[in-house]
Write a protein that binds this ligand. Structure first.
Ligand SMILES: Nc1ncnc2c1ncn2[C@@H]1O[C@H](COP(=O)(O)OP(=O)(O)O)[C@@H](O)[C@H]1O
Ligand SMILES: [Mg+2]
Length: 207
């Protein structure tokens, strides 16, 4: 079966790629077999996931990029790529060239949005060559009950990538889950809202 490949990408660091890749992969793994790939040639997620590999009942596998490229692709329904901020031209082609869905996490501030502009352009270039590629902004670390500012709205409109309707809130539980080496699916009652928004994100991906 051809896997559905989802990449978390943004040339800007600190916008939530790793957090969302990890939690989305865990949510997908509750459905079907999932491979989480650290697309960072430096392999930062790797050390951490190996240490964290405690969610035993999830069918999640993990590979770093080198192993993945050397045939460690396995037979999975879903692949989730956590992309590093710095990818060279060739690496971008290699990593994003095979993605079905690219999610570009952004913080909902005009500054952060503009800082993601080059990444959004790059995705639009890829889409010109491959119209089947789906690419979206995902607003992350959104303050509860806050509306998007005018400036943010116009930055988004200027960049021409659609925004997914689900917004990921700023929640301490994303950090504490990461500190404990688990996903929000393992944090019990205090993570219900986080789990719910990750589930809605997954539903958008699977549409
Ligand atoms: N929705 C969120 N709520 C609270 N903290 C978050 C959220 N998303 C990310 N973070 C925190 O922000 C920091 C950067 O996130 P990370 O996923 O490492 O970004 P990236 O991989 O894009 O560099 C981390 O400390 C992470 O725990
Ligand atoms: Mg990261």
């Amino acid at each position: 079966m051809t896997p559905l490949t989802i990449a978390l990408y943004n040339g800007k660091g600190g916008c939530g790629k790793t957090t969302l890749a990890w939690n989305v992969a865990m949510g997908l793994a509750r459905r079907e077999s999932t491979l989480l790939v650290d697309a960072d040639p430096q392999g930062s997620l790797g050390d951490w996931v190996n240490w964290a590999d405690s969610e035993g009942h999830f069918a999640i596998a993990f590979n770093d990029w080198a192993t993945f490229c050397a045939g460690g692709q396995g037979d999975h329904r879903y692949r989730v790529y956590d992309c590093p901020p710095r990818l060279g031209e060739d690496e971008i082609q290699a990593v994003l060239g095979q993605a079905d869905v690219v999610l570009l996490p952004v913080l909902p501030s005009p500054l952060d949005l503009w800082a993601s502009r080059r990444s959004a352009e790059l995705l639009q270039d890829l889409q010109e060559r491959r119209p089947a590629l789906r690419a979206y902004f995902v607003l992350n670390q959104v303050e509860a009950h806050s509306a998007l500012s005018r400036a943010s709205q116009s930055a988004i409109a200027a960049m021409g990538l659609p925004v997914l309707p689900v917004r990921i809130a700023r929640r301490a539980v994303y950090r504490s889950a990461a500190l404990e080496g688990v996903s929000v699916y393992h944090m019990g009652k205090r993570a219900i809202a986080a789990m719910d928004e990750i589930e809605r994100l997954i539903e958008e991906i699977l549409k």
